[in-house]
Design a protein around this ligand. Structure first.
Ligand SMILES: C[S@@+](CC[C@H](N)C(=O)[O-])C[C@H]1O[C@@H](n2cnc3c(N)ncnc32)[C@H](O)[C@@H]1O
Length: 462
């Protein structure tokens, strides 16, 4: 694993530059000198081979080694959970296709684990609108207690309807404080003692669940599992896309609260993780902290917010599914935005101050159309005449044109590193829970073409 972390830091020039800053930062200058010509000349077929780890003998040896080492390091990730439950039309109401996919798979896994571990209460962290909780309640007759930061979500009509069905949600900021631990623990105990013993799963519509091995480690839920009858409060803590610091907080509370016996958690928005001089929320495990300290000082760089941002971008599967035409379009859009960034960087002003999104997709038909749309949207360009700005932008475009082809391969190399960075984050979280003494596995739960953050952390207190 130290190899994966070390690889990420060795190729820090691949995450240290946002795509739209490519003409400002010129990351290709940090690439091995014999890579650029061959990468610029690659067809999309060859770029796809590179991303898949299929090397060509005429490529530079260091590029072959990069491609191979990334696929080997990432090779032994997880097992796969490929069963799902059916959702009644009323449960599906309001859910996007993506949410349906997530809820069907995750509910099936949580139901199976609750059966195995004798859990009689679900604690849904970052419950959102309560889609998962409602499904667990209605399908498995499990008691569910949701915790949600946003008052608006707790008040939502869907939640109100759920509440009348016994899904209760508390408005709470889940963090690592002892006050939060106390609130969660008291809520679990109170809720448990206030509801009658549950008759779990008697009429569930679960299709046969199974873990199918992809590679590597074993995760075998007991095949003869049945729901344990117990008066004890046994909580399965779940979190479907606990963004930023919410996943580390959930892992911490799972460890701290004795009643929590099982955890199923998926994170997202890694770029919102707190990082500070004492690591913050990455790395979390002692093992990774020690590797990271050595590696970071050796390479003179760190896993910063740009690395975390890359880690939560689209996965390889989606990138590989793009047609040549879509790749071409994507690179052209990036190039237009990068030219604009270079120009504004030199002039020292920020186009994005007034508008989060400058222009819509339709503006990208040509650079001229794009610039017209941008200038129309921003109105005033710091007192400069529009025709002067247009001419200067056109000159910047001409200056950058010879580097447009760099975007294609930088994008391909970034998508390769994305996978490794996410792998490092997930492995660190797994290691954190293992160091606390729990059985902990990473399970590929969703189809990552539908739901990009698709790997669940499962922990069980034995
Ligand atoms: C990406 S959404 C997922 C919502 C829901 N689990 C789902 O999949 O539909 C993350 C949710 O976590 C909530 N959240 C974020 N930080 C939180 C915190 N510290 N404590 C509790 N909820 C939080 C947000 O308000 C949001 O509803």
């Amino acid at each position: 694993m130290d190899l994966a972390l070390d690889l990420c830091l060795t190729y820090s020039w691949l995450f240290d530059c946002k795509m739209t800053d490519i003409f400002i930062r010129r990351p290709w200058e940090k690439a091995p000198h014999d890579w650029t010509d061959i990468l610029c000349a690659m067809s999309y077929i060859e770029l796809r081979d590179l991303v898949k780890g299929k090397v060509h003998s005429e490529w530079p040896v260091t590029l072959q080694a990069f491609s191979k080492s990334l696929s080997q390091t990432r090779g032994c990730l997880t097992k796969q959970w490929d069963s799902s439950i059916t959702l009644s039309p009323s449960l599906q109401k309001g859910m996007s296709e993506k949410k349906r996919h997530e809820v069907r798979r995750m509910a099936s896994l949580v139901g199976e684990l609750c059966k195995e571990d004798g859990c009689n209460l679900i604690g849904d962290i970052g419950a959102g609108l309560g889609y998962l909780g409602q499904t667990l309640m209605s399908t498995f007759k499990l008691n569910v207690l949701g915790f949600e930061l946003e008052d608006g979500n707790c008040q939502n009509w869907r939640m109100q309807r759920a509440t009348s069905n016994n899904l209760q949600t508390r408005c709470l900021r889940v963090d690592t404080s002892s006050e939060c631990t106390q609130i969660l623990r008291d809520s679990f105990r109170q809720h448990h003692s206030s509801v009658s013993a549950t008759d779990i799963c008697a009429d569930s519509k679960v299709q046969q669940g199974s873990f199918s091995e992809q590679a590597g480690e074993n995760f075998t839920p007991s095949s003869s599992s049945s729901f344990r009858e117990t008066d004890e409060c046994r909580v399965c803590m779940v979190g479907l896309h606990c963004c930023g610091d919410l996943t580390p907080a959930t892992l911490h509370q799972f460890h701290t609260i004795e009643e929590c016996k099982t955890l199923v958690c998926l994170g997202c928005c890694y770029h919102r993780l707190s990082l500070d001089a004492h690591f913050g929320n990455f790395p979390m495990s002692s093992q990774f902290k020690s590797w990271y300290q050595d590696s970071a000082s050796q390479h003179g760089c760190s896993i910063n917010h740009l690395a975390l941002r890359l880690a939560c971008q689209e996965p390889k599967s989606r990138w590989l599914a793009r047609t040549d035409g879509e790749m071409e379009k994507h690179c052209e859009h990036v190039a237009f935005r990068a030219v604009l960034e270079l120009y504004s960087h030199r002039k020292g002003f920020n186009w994005h101050k007034k508008h989060r999104r400058l222009v819509g997709l339709s503006a990208f038909s040509s650079f001229e159309t794009y610039i017209d749309a941008v200038l129309e949207r921003v109105g005033d360009v710091e007192g400069l005449s529009i025709s002067m700005v247009k001419t200067a932008l056109s000159d910047t475009y001409t200056e950058c044109k010879e580097f447009f082809s760099y975007i294609r391969w930088y994008d391909a190399l970034q998508v390769m590193l994305q996978e490794l960075l996410e792998f490092v984050i997930l492995r660190d979280r797994q290691q954190y829970l293992r160091e606390k003494g729990y059985l902990c596995q990473l399970v590929s739960l969703f189809d990552d073409k539908i739901s990009p953050r698709s790997i669940a952390i499962i922990a069980q207190k034995t």
